[in-house]
Design a protein. Sequence first.
Length: 58
Amino acid sequence: MNHWVPKSAILAGVVSGEAARALCGQIFVPSSHGGGSAADVAASVCPLCESVYDGLLP
């Protein structure tokens, strides 16, 4: 499952192993081993993160 997190948190997680908090509240350590095909990535977005993100848009 992919989550929405600030870009700076992704960088800190990949470089130094710091945990990041997603928009849905889940805490995890981002890695550089995520991904897959574009279809897999688009299909596996956390629905709560997506809902929160959509609410932030003007």
